[in-house]
Design a protein around this ligand. Structure first.
Ligand code: ADP
Ligand code: ZN
Length: 750
């Protein structure tokens, strides 16, 4: 008789234990670690989905054991190396095991019943085309269905209905007319035809294989032959990092291993998918947010069966059931999209590391502007540093960069948005039918005040980060609060740390105003605008990018998202507006983000063989940060930054964590925050000094009111993340979570 231990899918706190079930004879051999099954649960024996973690010969449970009811999926849904990290994830991100397992099991596994799907296709192409042309079809739905199928070929019935907004009856009508037929097929067989993931799109650049230059060869050799597990591939923009990833990937595939190739979601365009496929062959699977459930299932199923041996995916793909994982590439490793912003707030880089420890897979972190923590790890021999110092294509040149002093420009009458040199460059570009990109980064700054005289944000005297503006409801005044140490001053008493000025305003302008100005100045030109990075759908985002790439507009205006990884060969002018406002964010990462953004944005200009010009408009063009960014001097930036981080004991020197306490009632919140503070102070007072605990707060969260709840923060620093976690665990066990709503966040991003 055998038994199995299971984790309930989506378990809540009370049910987050390993349950034991007996394996009935009929399922003997089928129930294996990593597979999903149905189990009867609780008094009513309601069936729940559960993930099997272990098979034992003995019944270790002291309770009466029930039988496993059935299988949800015949094959395991997670690999052994994934099973092995579930506990680690639960403890690292303070979630239940069930939530950790949930990250690994795509919802399509359960909804995808039995591998059989209904497909529809055009029965007679000529007839369909002539019916469409004759205009005899009255129903828009009928027309849509025919057009859809003519365009996409045989398709999943559900997708057709959804894509055409048609009803089952309407589809049946065109089937009855003999124009369309339907048939059943197995999901695996449908892959080629239903695979929207690989849309036709022109290839750019990478289809062509290059002989590696000496630097690239050395990089590949170092990575493949080295004995470290993490390699930081630090190479300037255009140095050919992609070619290094591909060569390493090919070598790993040849020796029988599999590869996980991670990219920021936003750069996973049809083009990039196409060329990766072109270069690495049919064993590529792609996961991204635009897939339908069925497409996702098909991709995922190929991965777990080991048919797909190279998986290209954004953050969530780090949980793909890759078999025999031997290499994990993380391109643009500094990108913030590798951290999840919802519970469990995992970091794909950390998960990759956990998986690599169990599988022996190597990790390549690639970037032109590595995260400060990554570079620090490489400098200290925790990672191996691999450098590419020259541009791979001889013709490619660095764009010319021009710092612009907006104080002067405003005196000259330019207004606060577009400086005169930038306008001139735009006119030249327009006359040559070239394109312009304008970046305006508003992130966070609207919540602070900037000095009227020099543009510096109101800054915390302890932490050198911008302070956040909060309304003081009781007397109608405003306070400035430092989000790290809680330092608070009345807004009208702020003194500028840059020039000593005492006049502050909520300066700045938005992308909309900028668009209006551009339209007024250049009435004959088309302008595309992209903003709201968090709310825009990937599809809408892509449409704008595609239009701009196709030359349908002369201007693209946007926030940081337009800076990411796109090649626009026809762009010769890039304007970065309000550059110093990037520093006015309340995060200690503000400089790092600004540096990455400016370097990346500058990389957009003149990627093709015509040189570009980059204008960085700010009130403080003399700030060292801008100089480093404009000369693309990462190391100078890093040296200055690491000094600041050390001085203030910020990551990588200490871990920083945040506890957010929220409540519907403001007064209750204040009381509870007081209780939590007393508790934390007392608890921390008898911890060993070696853990380096520091406690700040309570202070209002950067977003004090969110969806009807008020939020107060505590910030805790400690020697490492485990020490922080120990405190979270203590708080979780000592505070009744039905009364105290507390969320935890390691290394918060603001
Ligand atoms: P990065 O990712 O480092 O910014 P890319 O991988 O995008 O750089 O490469 C930049 C350009 O250089 C691409 O167009 C690529 O095709 C080209 N390239 C890469 N390696 C070579 C090489 N060895 N010889 C010639 N061109 C190369
Ligand atoms: Zn402070």
């Amino acid at each position: 008789m055998s038994y199995c231990s299971v984790i309930l899918r989506g378990a809540v706190k009370q049910t987050d234990v390993l349950y034991t079930y007996r394996i009935p004879e009929s399922l003997e051999g089928k129930v294996t670690p990593g597979c999903l099954c149905n189990v009867p649960f609780g008094k009513g024996n309601r069936l729940k989905t559960a993930l099997v973690t272990e098979i034992t010969e003995e019944n270790t449970s002291k309770y009466a054991v029930k039988d496993v009811a059935g299988m949800v999926s015949d094959l395991p849904v997670v690999t052994e190396d994934q099973l092995a990290i579930i506990d680690k994830i639960a403890s690292r991100y303070n979630c239940t095991r069930g939530e950790a397992a949930e990250l690994m099991i795509p919802s399509c596994v359960e909804t995808h019943k039995n591998q059989s799907v209904t497909f529809v296709e055009i029965a007679d192409k000529e007839a369909a085309v002539s019916v469409l042309e004759s205009g005899s079809l009255r129903s828009a739905a009928h027309i849509n269905i025919l057009e859809y199928l003519l365009e996409n070929g045989p398709s999943d019935r559900k997708e057709v209905l959804y894509g055409c907004r048609a009803s089952a009856g309407q589809l049946k009508a065109v089937i009855d007319k003999g124009l369309v037929r339907s048939y059943k097929t197995r999901a695996e067989d449908s892959e080629v035809t239903s695979d929207f993931a690989f849309e036709d799109a022109p290839d750019k650049g990478f289809t062509e294989e290059h002989d590696l230059n000496d630097e690239q060869k050395l990089a590949v050799k170092t990575i493949m032959e080295g004995d470290k597990s993490v390699y930081l591939l630090y190479g300037i923009t255009g140095s050919g990092k992609t070619e290094v990833y591909l060569n390493c990937a090919r070598k790993v595939l040849e020796s029988g291993g599999s590869v996980l190739y991670m990219v920021p979601e936003i750069s996973l365009t049809p083009q990039s998918i196409n060329w990766i496929r072109g270069r690495l062959g049919d064993s590529v699977a792609v996961l991204h947010s635009r897939l339908t459930d069925n497409q996702r299932y098909v991709q995922w199923d190929r991965i777990r069966r080991g048919i797909a041996r190279i998986v290209v995916a954004p953050r969530s793909g780090v949980f793909a059931p890759v078999q025999n994982l031997k290499l994990i590439v993380i391109d643009e490793e500094h990108d913030s999209s590798y951290r999840s912003e919802t519970h469990p707030r995992y970091s794909a880089k950390e998960i990759a590391r956990m998986r690599s420890i169990n599988t022996g897979a190597k990790i390549i972190l690639g970037s032109a502007t590595p995260a400060v923590e990554s570079f620090y790890a490489a400098k200290n021999d925790v990672y191996e540093l691999v450098e590419l110092k020259t541009r791979a294509r001889k013709q490619a040149r660095l764009p010319e960069t021009v710092p612009v002093d907006m104080k002067e420009q405003i005196k000259l009458g330019s207004g606060e948005m577009l400086s005169l040199p930038l306008r001139q460059a735009i006119s030249v570009a327009l006359s040559q039918r070239k394109q312009t990109m304008l970046f305006l980064n508003r992130r966070g700054y609207s919540r602070t005040l900037v000095c009227n005289d020099c543009g510096t944000a109101a800054t915390c005297v302890n932490c050198s980060v911008a302070m956040t503006l909060h309304n003081n409801k009781r007397n109608g005044t405003q306070n400035l609060v430092c989000h790290y140490c809680g330092y608070t001053i009345p807004a009208d008493t702020a003194t500028c740390t840059g020039c000593g000025g005492i006049h502050f305003t909520r300066a700045g302008f938005g992308t909309q105003q900028l668009e209006e100005l551009i339209k007024k100045l250049y009435p004959n030109e088309k302008v595309l605008r992209m903003d709201q990075d968090t709310t825009m759908s990937p599809k809408a985002y892509r449409e704008i990018i595609d239009k701009f790439a196709a030359g349908e507009a002369s201007f693209l205006i946007g926030t940081q998202m337009i800076a990411k990884g796109h090649d626009f060969p026809n762009v010769t002018v890039v304007g970065i507006l309000g550059a110093d406002l990037m520093l006015a964010s309340s995060s200690y990462r503000a400089s790092e983000r600004a540096f990455q953004l400016i370097t990346q944005a500058a990389g957009r200009a003149g990627r093709a063989d015509c040189p570009g010009k980059v204008f960085v408009q700010s009130y403080r063009p003399d700030l060292p940060l801008f100089r480093y960014a404009l000369t693309q001097d990462y190391e100078a930036f890093y040296n200055a930054e690491i000094e600041y981080r050390e001085k203030l004991q910020l990551p990588p020197f200490k871990a920083i964590g945040e506890m957010i306490l929220s409540d519907e009632n403001e007064e209750d919140l204040a009381v509870k925050a007081g209780e939590l503070k007393t508790y934390l102070k007392e608890f921390l007072s008898y911890q060993d000094e070696k853990y380096g605990f520091e406690l700040y707060g309570p202070m209002p969260d950067v977003i004090y009111e969110l969806r009807g709840r008020y939020r107060m923060d505590f910030v805790i620093k400690a020697i490492n993340k485990s020490a922080l976690n120990a405190i979270y665990k203590k708080v979780i066990s000592d505070f009744d979570y039905t009364k105290y709503q507390i969320s935890f966040n390691n290394d918060p991003e603001n």
